[in-house]
Design a protein around this ligand. Structure first.
Ligand code: ARG
Length: 353
């Protein structure tokens, strides 16, 4: 086979087409991220804010259980014939880093273009390099794959200078963003793929320059649409929207609504359903930096199959009965402690569409 007849190892245009290849994160050695006080108060749970300090690993029992959950997740995917890559194990404490479990946050895959996050969190700067140098970067040696590396971070952080004058507020709730617009900053997880449209949001980690940068690096013909999201702790779009297939979406009614969604032309002919229950509490094991809305943070395997956290049988039943999905439940509560659920902990590389 010549290089050009080999199937592309990275090609994924949306969140629902049949999944063929994916990266599943690892939890080992994860530490509480150490960031500017304003970032911590904007994006973490007040009761746990004191934990976000230097050299503070997550409790061992959580990391052990989280890795068990992630290994099981990887096995279920492999048993279905999906290719699964795992990140390198990294000593996050030694490098002043955070985690290898939230792979979604660091890379936006649109078709065969991979855009690396320009992280606001300095603790995450080296994350992608350290955990993916032996997997993704090898796959991306194919000249048909475009990898857009993050702009070099400034020597001195300026994102917090001049507060509050230079910082914009979220128009929906008046909450001032934690960061200003002095350099490019965005997290890939503030964007979701819908074919030739990518939907994105401003957040405490994504600013104007970040949005413009992502827009300018999307493959030709892909449009970026923005959604205003009403969340005082706004960070990452995948606990706001859950697309199940083309034309069908579940949304978080605390953070958006039909009217806001109808501003995005893409959704004109979509059935957009609000999450139908009050999401269950997620406080034991502790939610250090996420809300109960992780219930929406799920991985679609194909337009009629979804993997869910078995903690939410009520929602699983809804997905079966009202949305025509086959539902596969796995335990995932300890991964949640690290900052996300099934969508955050993965990065799909190939979906057939
Ligand atoms: N900020 C969201 C919430 O607490 C969680 C989003 C996590 N997503 C991620 N890609 N890490 O509701």
């Amino acid at each position: 086979m010549t290089a050009n007849s080999k199937p592309l190892a990275v090609r994924s245009w949306d969140e629902w087409s049949p999944l063929k290849s994916i990266i599943v994160g690892t939890a080992a050695n994860s530490c509480f991220p150490f960031e500017h006080e304003r970032m911590i108060s904007s994006t973490t749970t007040a009761a746990h804010a004191a934990q976000f300090k230097k050299d503070n690993p997550f409790p061992q029992y959580i990391l052990k259980a989280a890795d068990k959950e992630l290994d099981k997740f990887a096995k279920v995917l492999r048993d279905r014939g999906i290719e699964v890559f795992r990140p390198n194990t990294v000593d996050w404490r030694a490098v002043g880093g955070y985690t290898g479990s939230m792979v979604r946050d660091g890379l936006l895959v649109v078709g065969s273009t991979i855009i690396e996050s320009a992280y606001s969190w300095r603790s995450r700067e080296k994350e992608v390099d350290l955990m993916l140098k032996d997997t993704l970067f090898k796959l991306a040696e194919d000249p048909r794959i475009t990898i857009v590396r993050a702009p070099k971070p400034p020597a001195r952080e300026t994102l917090y200078d001049g507060y509050p004058e230079a910082n914009k507020v979220n128009p929906l709730n008046g909450v001032r963003w934690a960061i200003n617009n002095s350099r490019i900053a965005f997290d890939a997880a503030d964007f979701m793929r819908f074919g030739n449209v990518v939907v994105g949001q401003y957040s405490h980690v994504t600013n104007d320059k970040g949005i413009d940068y992502v827009r300018s690096h999307l493959p030709k013909g892909v449009l970026l649409e923005l959604l205003d999201v009403d969340d005082p702790h706004c960070m990452h779009l995948d606990a706001v929207l859950l697309p199940l297939r083309k034309g069908l979406l579940i949304y978080n009614p605390d953070r958006t609504n039909k009217e806001a969604l109808s501003n995005i032309k893409l959704f004109d002919n979509w059935d957009c359903k609000p999450f139908p229950f009050v999401p269950k509490a997620r406080s034991d094991p502790p939610s250090y930096m996420t809300s109960n809305w992780l219930v929406l943070n799920l991985l679609v395997l194909d337009p009629h199959t979804i993997m869910v956290d078995e903690y939410d049988p009520e929602f699983a039943e809804f997905l079966r009965k009202e949305c025509g999905m086959e539902v596969i439940g796995i335990p995932f509560r300890h991964v949640n402690c690290l900052g996300g659920s099934l969508h955050c902990a993965t990065l799909d590389l190939v979906r057939d569409s």
